[in-house]
Design a protein around this ligand. Structure first.
Ligand SMILES: Nc1nc2c(ncn2[C@@H]2O[C@H](COP(=O)(O)OP(=O)(O)OP(=O)(O)O)[C@@H](O)[C@H]2O)c(=O)[nH]1
Ligand SMILES: [Mg+2]
Length: 620
C-alpha cells in the first residue's frame, strides 16, 4: 500500500472489525468526523457504514464500520457477512487493503481471540488497543511492542472518545501497513490468548470493585427493579418539571412574532398564512423542543452509562414470558426514539418468529414523536399539582402512558406467541446471553453533541415536513371561502372542514370532534403534525379577534376531559405513521404483514379510545 500510495495516492480501503462494544463506531466517527450512533451496549451497529478521511501525507482512505461479531466462524448471518467482507467475497464490497482489528484493552481475554481469528485470514492488519484510558484507570499495563512482536502485526493504542485519540493509528496507516503476517495460526486460540496475555499484560491487584458493588445493588432481585422504576420515574418527572421556563420562553417568542406580523402586515390571506399556518402550526410544535431534549438527555446518558443491558437483564424474565427473546430488548429500546431504527435493529434477532413478534410490537413503544401530543394534552387537561408530596401529577400521567405502551406490547406478544405455537411455528426459547459492559460516566461533551444532533433533527422536521403539512392544511382550511352571510368559523365551510365533518361520523363514538378528525389526516405523515394541525385548525376556527390564544388554552376550554383522555389512549397505539408501515413492509418483505400491523394497531387504538371515552364520561 505504501508504494501504491506514493505513486499517485489511490484510495486505500480499510475495514473495522472486532467484538461488539469495543469502540469501532467511536473510532470510525473519530477518523471520519461522522456521527454514527455509539452506545455502551452490544449490537448498536447493525448496518455497514462507509466513510472517508485523508491522512497527513494526503493519502485517501475509505473505511468501513461493520457490526460487531464474536467470531469469524460463521455461526450467524451477520458473522458470515463480516467474514465475507474481510475476504472480499461480496461482489458489492472491494477487498479491504487493511483490516483494522479493534479490541478493548479492558477485555483482552475475549477480544484478543477474535483478533487471532482475523489474523488467520492472512490479510494485512493492524491491532488497535482501544479504551486505553480505562485500562490505565484499572491499573493494567500492556507491553505494546512485545504484543506486536508476538502477533507479528503492528499494534497501536487508542482512545476513540478523545480528541486526538486515534493519532497513532492515523500515522501508522499513513506510513503504510506491512504485508500480511506469516505467523502460523495455533489450533487452540484460547490457549494462545492466555499465552499472549501472560507474556504482555500485567493486571493490577487493585482491579476496580466499583462495577461489582454497583451490580450488587442494580441487579439485586428487590433493589434492582426498584431502582429501574425510580430512574424511569425521575425521567418523566423531569420532562415536565424542568422544561417549563424554556417552553415559556419559546411561547413568548412566538407571541411576539405574531404581534409583529399583525402589526406590520395588512389583514389578508398572507397574514393568515403566516400567523395561523406557520407560527401557530409549525411554531406550536417547536414549543416541545425542550421536553424532547430532556427526554433524550436521559436516554443518551443511560445509553452511555452501561445501565441499559442491566435493565434488559432485569426485564428478561418478563420478556421471555411474553414470547420475546432478550435480543428484542435493544430494538424495542431504540423504538422509544423512533420505531423505524428499532425495527431495523431487529435484524440481529436470529429466530424468524421472535423477529416478527418484535417488529409487530415495536410501534407500541412510545416514540419521541408522540411526546408533543402527550405533552400538549397533559398540559391542557391535567392539573400541575403534586401527588403524595413529591410527584408531579403531569409527570405521573406521562409515566403511565409510557407504561401503557409497554404493557400492551407484552400483552400483544403473549397473544402472538400463543397464536404462533398453535400454527405450529414452535418455540426456541434462547437464554439471554448479554455481555454486561463496564459502567461509565457519560462524557458531558458527547452528551451535548448528541443533544445538539437531536435538536437539529427535530428543528429540521419542524421546518420541512411539519411546516409544509401545516401550510397545506391552512390552505385546505381557508378555501373555499365561506358563502355570503355565513355565520360561524370559515373553516367549517372549507375543504378541510368538509373532510373533518365526513370523518366525524367514524370518530364520534370515541369522542373526537371534527377538528381532531382533520388533524389526524396530516398526522399520518408524522405524529407531531397532529399538534401543529390542531393549532392551525383552532387558529382558523377562532372567530374572536382577541389576541391569539395558545392552543392548550383553546382545547382546554372546548373539549371535555373524556375526549382528551380518549385521544391520549388513541396515541398509545397510534397506528398512523407511514414511515413505520413502510419499514415494516421493507424489513419483512411482506405487504401482508404491513397491513396486518396497521389493522391490529388501528383496532387496538379504536378499542382503547372507545373504552377510555365511555368510562371517563360515566365517571365525570
Ligand atoms: N472511555 C472510553 N470509552 C470508549 C472508548 N471507545 C469507545 N468508548 C465507548 O464504548 C462504547 C461502545 O462504543 P461503540 O463505538 O458503540 O462500539 P462498537 O464496537 O461500534 O459496538 P457495536 O456497534 O455494538 O459492535 C460507547 O459507550 C463509547 O462511548 C475509549 O477509547 N475510551
Ligand atoms: Mg458500532
Amino acid at each position: 500500500m505504501s508504494a501504491a500510495a506514493a505513486a499517485g495516492h489511490p484510495t486505500a480501503h480499510l475495514a473495522l472489525v472486532g467484538n461488539p462494544n469495543c469502540g469501532k463506531t467511536a473510532l470510525f466517527n473519530r477518523l471520519t468526523g461522522s456521527r454514527q450512533k455509539v452506545a455502551n451496549y452490544t449490537g448498536v451497529t447493525v448496518e455497514r457504514k462507509e466513510g472517508r478521511f485523508t491522512g497527513p501525507s494526503g493519502q485517501h482512505f475509505r473505511i468501513l464500520d461493520l457490526p460487531g461479531a464474536y467470531s469469524l466462524q460463521p455461526k450467524s448471518p451477520d458473522e458470515a457477512v463480516t467474514r465475507a467482507v474481510c475476504l472480499g467475497e461480496l461482489a458489492s464490497e472491494p477487498l479491504p487493503d487493511v483490516l483494522i482489528a479493534v479490541v478493548s484493552a479492558t477485555n483482552l481475554r475475549l477480544h484478543l481471540r477474535f483478533a487471532l481469528e482475523v489474523r488467520a485470514l492472512g490479510r494485512p492488519m493492524v491491532l488497535v488497543l482501544n479504551m486505553m484510558d480505562e485500562a490505565r484507570r484499572l491499573g493494567m499495563q500492556i507491553d505494546r511492542e512485545a504484543l506486536a512482536r508476538e502477533l507479528g502485526v503492528p499494534v497501536v493504542e487508542a482512545i476513540a472518545v478523545q480528541h486526538d485519540g486515534a493519532q497513532a493509528l492515523v500515522e501508522l496507516l499513513d506510513r503504510g501497513v506491512p504485508p500480511a503476517p506469516t505467523v502460523a495460526t495455533p489450533v487452540d486460540l484460547h490457549a494462545e490468548t492466555a499465552r499472549l496475555l501472560a507474556r504482555t499484560v500485567t493486571f493490577s491487584d487493585t482491579v476496580s470493585l466499583r462495577d461489582e458493588r454497583l451490580d450488587a445493588v442494580l441487579l439485586h432481585p428487590v433493589w434492582g427493579p426498584l431502582v429501574l422504576t425510580a430512574v424511569l420515574f425521575l425521567m418523566f418527572q423531569a420532562v415536565f418539571s424542568w422544561a417549563g421556563p424554556l417552553m415559556e420562553g419559546i411561547k413568548a417568542g412566538m407571541e411576539w412574532l405574531t404581534g409583529l406580523v399583525n402589526g406590520v402586515m395588512p389583514e389578508g390571506p398572507l397574514r393568515g398564512l403566516l400567523t395561523d399556518g406557520v407560527i401557530a402550526g409549525a411554531g406550536g410544535v417547536l414549543v416541545f423542543l425542550p421536553q424532547i431534549l430532556i427526554l433524550f438527555l436521559f436516554i443518551l446518558a443511560l445509553e452511555e452509562s452501561g445501565y441499559l443491558p442491566r435493565a434488559a437483564f432485569l426485564l428478561d424474565r418478563v420478556m421471555v414470558g411474553a414470547g420475546l427473546s432478550g435480543r428484542s430488548f435493544i430494538p424495542l429500546l431504540s423504538s422509544f426514539a423512533c420505531a423505524v431504527p428499532g425495527i431495523m435493529a431487529t435484524r440481529s434477532i436470529q429466530h424468524p418468529r421472535d423477529r416478527l413478534v418484535t417488529i409487530l410490537v415495536a410501534p407500541l413503544m412510545t416514540c419521541s414523536a408522540r411526546l408533543p401530543v402527550y405533552a400538549l394534552l397533559i398540559g391542557a387537561f391535567i392539573p400541575d399539582t403534586t401527588v403524595g408530596g413529591v410527584f408531579n401529577l403531569q409527570g405521573l400521567v406521562l409515566f403511565t402512558l409510557y407504561v401503557a405502551g409497554i404493557v400492551s406490547a407484552v400483552a400483544v406478544s403473549m397473544v402472538l406467541k400463543r397464536w404462533f405455537s398453535v400454527s405450529g411455528q414452535g418455540d426456541t426459547e434462547q437464554p439471554l446471553l448479554l455481555e454486561l459492559p463496564a459502567y461509565r460516566l457519560p462524557n458531558p461533551r458527547d452528551l451535548a453533541i448528541g443533544l445538539l444532533e437531536r435538536a437539529r433533527i427535530f428543528v429540521r422536521r419542524v421546518g420541512t415536513i411539519i411546516l409544509s403539512l401545516t401550510v397545506l392544511l391552512w390552505g385546505l382550511g381557508s378555501f373555499p371561502a365561506p358563502p355570503e352571510g355565513a355565520t360561524g368559523a370559515a373553516i367549517s365551510y372549507s375543504l378541510a372542514g368538509t373532510i373533518g365533518h365526513a370523518l366525524e361520523f367514524v370518530f364520534a363514538p370515541i369522542g373526537f370532534n371534527w377538528q381532531i378528525c382533520i388533524a389526524l389526516v396530516p398526522g399520518m405523515a408524522a405524529r407531531e403534525v397532529v399538534v401543529g394541525a390542531l393549532a392551525t385548525v383552532y387558529a382558523l376556527s377562532d372567530t374572536s379577534d382577541a389576541a391569539t390564544q395558545q392552543l392548550a388554552g383553546l382545547i382546554g376550554a372546548q373539549w371535555g376531559l373524556p375526549t382528551a383522555l380518549s385521544l391520549l389512549a388513541w396515541f398509545v397505539f397510534a397506528p398512523q405513521c407511514i414511515s413505520t408501515l413502510a419499514v415494516i413492509r421493507r424489513e419483512t418483505n411482506s405487504a401482508r404483514t404491513m397491513w396486518l400491523s396497521a389493522a391490529y394497531l388501528t383496532t387496538l387504538a379504536y378499542g382503547a379510545a372507545f373504552l377510555t371515552f365511555h368510562i371517563a364520561k360515566a365517571l365525570t
